[in-house]
Design a protein around this ligand. Structure first.
Ligand code: AMP
Length: 286
């Protein structure tokens, strides 16, 4: 099937509603484009579980701080549409800024608590932008299921909470992180890394593996595991950790003892590029 395109929420909604009237189940994968295997794995999961799959490609300005990489974020819509179609997408929703943020735009989705820690502590307006755009995209694409990557762990937690708190009629599905063969989590931002930074960026996944190894050996003292991760990152001279934490997978509160509810999360600047990664302990490991 060829990929249809919709540029406004009402165009996308007409297509989705028509499918649903036929009794078809619709899956939705929101993205900012520059598609890689991580995004494509979400599309394939949706195509396997649903009758129709919608992708949105929209670089959302409100989730970037003024100092961040909005202007240089990679944009390649035509290549993305070809890759999305091959991975099973039926409709691409690619709105403009003017459509998503019309003049005088003044209403945002703000969540308390969960959005003030980890990514939210470093990027105070980030989740306000994420939740606002996810909510708006879901109005244009009223899908039965929405697919998100474990790669952006805190995003999955805050999106699930929004869906629950606001009673949004969509099932959130979270799929495992797709990695390069050496372990680096795939990210559109990996393209910013030069050769030396690319090598040193491995410290993120290596640190997470070290924490998992210690846990598998029976170590449950979270401070010891945090320290082991910090030591691993310190071996990469171009890497500067922002946070290195072990938190509860629902409350995001730092833990003293590692259990099957824990997730190791980290954000590290490698050169000028800020990378994030995470690894759940116990059940649900990817
Ligand atoms: P983005 O385009 O970065 O906003 O990401 C769109 C979706 O793809 C989000 O749900 C991300 O969590 C997910 N994603 C990004 N990288 C990966 C990855 N390496 N593996 C799985 N999902 C990913």
């Amino acid at each position: 099937m060829t990929l249809q395109r919709a540029c406004t929420p009402s165009e996308a909604r007409d297509v989705v509603r028509a499918w649903q009237r036929e009794g078809l189940r619709v899956g939705f994968v929101p993205t900012m484009g520059a598609l890689h295997e991580g995004h494509l794995s979400l599309l394939r999961a949706s195509a396997a579980e649903c009758d129709r799959t919608v992708i949105s490609i929209y670089v959302n300005p409100t989730q970037f701080a003024p100092t961040e990489d909005l202007a240089k974020y990679p944009r390649r819509l035509d290549a993305d549409c070809r890759a999305a179609a091959e991975a099973g997408a039926d409709l691409c929703f690619c709105p403009s800024d003017a459509v998503m943020y019309p003049d005088g735009f003044a209403t945002y989705v703000v969540q308390e608590g969960l959005t003030g820690v980890l990514e939210g502590a470093s990027r105070p307006t980030h989740f306000r932008g994420v939740l606002t755009i996810v909510c708006k995209l879901l109005h244009g694409v009223p899908a039965d299921r929405a697919y998100f990557g474990q790669k952006d762990f805190q995003q999955t937690v805050v999106v699930r909470r929004m869906v629950r708190d606001l009673g949004m009629p969509v099932e959130v599905r979270v799929m495992p992180t797709v990695r390069e063969p050496d372990g680096l989590a795939m990210s559109s931002r990996n393209a910013y890394l030069n050769a030396e930074e690319r090598v040193q960026a491995l410290c993120l996944s290596t640190a997470l593996k070290e924490a998992q190894r210690l846990y598998a050996e029976g170590r449950t003292d979270a401070d010891a595991l945090r320290e082991a991760m910090r030591r691993t990152i310190a071996e990469a001279p171009l890497a500067r950790p922002d946070y290195v934490e072990i938190v509860d997978r629902e409350t995001l509160e730092p833990l003293q003892t590692v259990t099957g509810r824990a997730v190791a999360v980290l954000a590290v600047k490698v050169g000028e590029t800020r990378l994030i990664d995470n690894a759940p302990f116990g059940e649900g490991e990817d």
